[in-house]
Design a binder for this molecule. Structure first.
Ligand code: PLP
Length: 386
């Protein structure tokens, strides 16, 4: 971990230091002197090749353990550049059955309209994946930890299956961040992150990244150049600043979330706590093996269901009720109302996202203060036991 901490501050920095500045300056220049380059190499901010973009690309590659990386204007820009740069009409992919909502939207609308189809697979049963394979299947796409139930796929089986069937393996590592999981070291071909979350970590920037081989990252950059998904220079600066404390932040969130989840799971008003660090979690053994830390994301249900969830969210003082995750401020949200609101009640029930489920992104506040706030909110519930 020490090594990652040093890399998060120094890897890929401009040397010699520009004007002696200790921190990478904001290169607030849309265009640069032309020296006869081809289109994709002309220095121009949309082409993601300013010094700010290049420092971040080198730094993130070091953090993810890949040959190259690219920052993008959002997590969705990263995901769309990966899928759009490799798939053509008639192609098919396998995807984890419970995906981030924006990714499902991309598959159901933009990719479908372009003749690219997908089949959801149950990531817990590798033996079932063969039946979903088609002769036009090109890739397999999963997430390190699922949203909002923090389930963990059999990542080693995904990599082995991809190799056996010549599929590109793609993973969205947003919930883990490279501090808790470096999927490229497990053999994944492409890693994407929504840097909006843990990578930046301050609830103040929208950004994403793609990490993989130099060739694949270059292909993604070409697609990103065409669709116009580059990250603004000032956001690059904020992301670079955020990444410097990534390891410290995520380590704090790991230990805070484990302590909070453990206490909540014992509370009589709490029906269930989903957290990979708890022995009761269905993939706890796998999480212990594949993750360096269990992360800052918890989800839970109270005995009083939806009504109790609403009372609880009205009673807590530190957490803001808001979507998103991974920042300094603790956030809570009912996914059934916000993130998964587009699904029918039956689809939500099937995916385990009940109306009363609360997703909890543990921030950087003092663990004791968060615990005191939660304990107090639980005492205010009108239905507090089964
Ligand atoms: C937020 C999120 C995204 C999308 O990222 P944006 O930066 O909002 O575009 C993708 N995947 C996961 C798992 C996320 O949590």
């Amino acid at each position: 971990m020490n090594e990652l901490q040093t890399k998060s501050i120094h890897a890929g920095s401009i040397r010699p230091r520009f004007g002696g500045a200790v921190v990478t300056p904001v290169f607030q220049s849309s265009t640069y002197e032309y020296h006869g380059e081809d289109y994709h190499d002309v220095k121009y901010m949309r082409l993601s090749n300013s010094p700010n973009h290049e420092v971040l690309g080198r730094r993130i590659a070091e953090l993810e353990g890949t040959e190259a990386a690219l920052v993008t204007g959002s997590g969705m820009a990263a995901i769309s550049s990966v899928l759009m740069s490799s798939l053509s009409p008639g192609d098919h992919i396998l995807v984890q059955d419970c995906l981030y909502g924006g990714t499902t939207g991309l598959l159901d609308h933009e990719l479908k309209r372009n003749g690219i189809t997908y089949t959801p697979i149950d990531v817990q049963t590798p033996s079932s994946w063969n039946t979903s394979l088609q002769n036009n299947t090109r890739a397999i796409y999963v997430e390190t930890l699922t949203n909002p139930l923090v389930q963990m796929a059999d990542l080693e089986a995904v990599v082995a299956f991809a190799r056996d069937h010549s599929l590109e393996s793609v993973i969205d590592n947003t919930f883990a961040s490279p501090v808790n999981c470096r999927p490229a070291t497990l053999g994944f071909d492409i890693v994407v992150e929504s840097c909006t979350k843990y990578m930046n970590g301050h609830n103040d920037v929208i950004a994403g990244c793609v990490a993989g081989t130099a060739q694949r990252v270059s292909d993604c950059r070409v697609t990103l150049n065409h669709v116009g998904g580059s990250l603004d220079a000032h956001a690059c600066y904020l992301l670079e600043r955020g990444i410097k404390t990534l390891v410290l932040r995520v380590n704090h969130q790991n230990s805070s979330a484990l302590q909070i989840a453990t206490e909540m799971a014992r509370h009589p008003a709490v029906k269930v706590v989903h957290y990979p660090g708890l022995p009761s979690h269905a993939q706890h053994e796998r999480a212990k093996k594949l993750l360096a830390g269990f992360g800052g994301m918890i989800s839970f249900e109270l005995h009083g269901g939806l009504e109790a969830a609403e009372e609880f969210l009205a009673a807590v003082k530190l957490p803001a009720v808001a979507a998103s995750l991974g920042g300094a401020e603790t956030l809570m949200v009912r996914p059934a109302a916000a993130v998964h609101g587009a699904l029918s009640p039956e689809e939500r029930e099937r995916s385990g996202v009940t109306d009363g489920l609360i997703r909890f992104s543990v921030g950087l506040e003092g663990t004791d203060d968060l615990l005191a706030d939660i304990r107090h909110a639980l005492t205010t519930l009108s239905i507090s036991e089964a």
